[in-house]
Design a protein around this ligand. Sequence first.
Ligand SMILES: [Zn+2]
Length: 199
Amino acid sequence: MKYLFIFAIISFSLITISCDETEDLFDGGGTDPLIDREIAEAQDYNLSTPVYGMQVAVRGDVGLGDNAIMGILDRRATSFLDCQFEGGSDLGFEDVMLSNGDTIGPLSELRVFVVPRRFECEAVGLDRCNGIYFFGNDILVVSVGNFSGCPDLPVWKHELGHRYGMEADHSNLNEFRACTDEENCSFEDIIGFDGIQIE
Ligand SMILES: [Zn+2]
């Protein structure tokens, strides 16, 4: 019984947290302290993207202007939805029924916390993340990142993928990869997609 309980807790953690670990290779910026669900909840989401009205908090030490960030978030969300779903980018304004039967709200319900670099995170088998999506809270934390050959916020579309049905353990990553990977970015080299080690 005790083991069943522990198993339930671990399973719950897995389905509620997904995270993408990076290698130390290209990110010279080091790792910031822990960002957990409560810290993400406590941010002031006082910015709003022009197209989808996503609620955004940008940490003070992010070296990228708010307008540039808002543009990236909207533009790549559009591109992800157009690529991933038949309904296209208009789905960002609507409730979307996912293949697992869950419904996710319009992007205006999503809160996005933008941070400069990789941070400590709490996930099974992972302790450093470039991005994390908190299922249930509908909060996404994403780093601007500093990866050779990659655009700013290189894991933004990947984390959006988690919002739209990519499993926390990446078991269905192949259904999303074509629409979440960034072009001209040696993503696979720096992001341990299968870095979630469940053992
Ligand atoms: Zn992921």
